[in-house]
Design a protein around this ligand. Structure first.
Ligand code: ADP
Ligand code: MG
Length: 291
């Protein structure tokens, strides 16, 4: 039978916006030695906005935004929403898109006005054999600000850069500090590039970063860590679901997707990372009561 103190704790947690979906999670949370945090939507607000648009060659900024928004109209990625919003705000109409393809962790490709259009990261351009080395300094400069630069290519040439910014949540710094004080190793994982990832980690006070992680590899990272650690994972995206399942305790941040919530042991309702250390403390206090 469930000890009464566990039931009480589950109720107390719920009042504080922490939904414990599995009873064992309450006992397990206090044993976490390592917490893996997704970047976008977990450490950051997860509501990216376009910070700047650069036109290259014969293209204008509006053309760059038009092509970027047109191609992103078929994508459900948070980055896509930011580009579409920027185009709408400038009353830019969208072009007809055919042969749209989303490439996981890399970007999107399509045909627009008989031109091959690609939008995504360096890895996407590498796979399409498009040279962008002339823009490396610009890309690094934007990334160092914590922004995510997306390269736009039209007919195999770089036509522009769209940089997106996604600020960290106001309590992320304090949340990381709380975890540290409890002796927990904190690791940020992200599909984003290493420079952007490091810049965001610095802002949040995180020293360990795994960048350019493909969605399918997040769970693999957790598995490797589990050889030495009791691993908690906090995420919000569809991409995070396998890692949430793999972790000893999976936390879905409440603004997250249904898939993430269904894969988690604990759901944090208000989206604040502070609730994770609160759940850990509650777990420790409860286990102490049982013993
Ligand atoms: P995250 O960890 O933020 O969920 P993803 O694995 O979804 O990262 O994406 C990794 C990177 O791939 C993004 O930072 C971006 O550079 C690129 N990318 C992915 N999807 C898109 C898209 N729809 N448009 C542009 N770039 C994309
Ligand atoms: Mg995310």
């Amino acid at each position: 039978a469930t000890p009464i103190s566990v039931m009480v704790a589950v109720g107390r947690a719920a009042e504080s916006g922490i939904l414990i979906r599995k009873g064992e999670a309450l006992q397990r949370a206090g044993e976490i030695t390592c917490l893996v945090l997704d970047k976008t939507g977990t450490i950051t607000e997860g509501k990216p906005t376009v910070a700047s648009v650069y036109a290259i060659g014969d293209f204008t900024e509006n053309q760059v935004l038009q092509l970027a928004a047109s191609i992103e109209s078929g994508s459900e990625h948070p980055l896509a929403a930011s580009v579409l919003k920027a185009a709408t705000e400038k009353n830019i109409s969208l072009d007809k898109v055919t042969q749209f393809e989303a490439i996981l962790g890399h970007g999107v490709t399509a045909l627009i006005n008989k031109q091959a259009v690609f939008l995504g990261n360096k890895a996407l351009m590498d796979s399409k054999k498009i040279s962008y080395s002339r823009y490396n300094a610009k890309l690094e400069q934007l990334s160092a600000l914590g922004q995510t630069p997306m390269l736009l290519a039209v007919d195999n040439k770089i036509a522009g850069i769209v940089a997106v910014s996604d600020p960290i949540k106001k309590d992320s710094v304090q949340a990381v500090q709380h975890l540290r004080e409890r002796g927990i190793r904190v690791i940020m994982v992200t599909g984003d590039n290493p420079i952007t990832a490091q810049a965001v980690a610095n802002l949040a006070g995180i020293t360990e970063v795994r960048a350019q992680v493909l969605p399918q590899d997040k769970a693999e990272i957790i598995k490797t860590l589990q050889a030495q650690e009791i691993v908690g994972m906090v995420g919000d995206g569809i991409n995070d679901a396998p890692a949430l399942v793999q972790a000893d305790v999976g936390f879905a941040i409440g603004t997250g997707t249904d898939v993430a919530i269904e894969s988690a042991d604990v759901v944090i309702l208000q989206g604040s990372l502070l609730k994770v250390s609160e759940a850990i403390d509650l777990s420790k206090a409860t286990v102490k009561n049982i013993k």
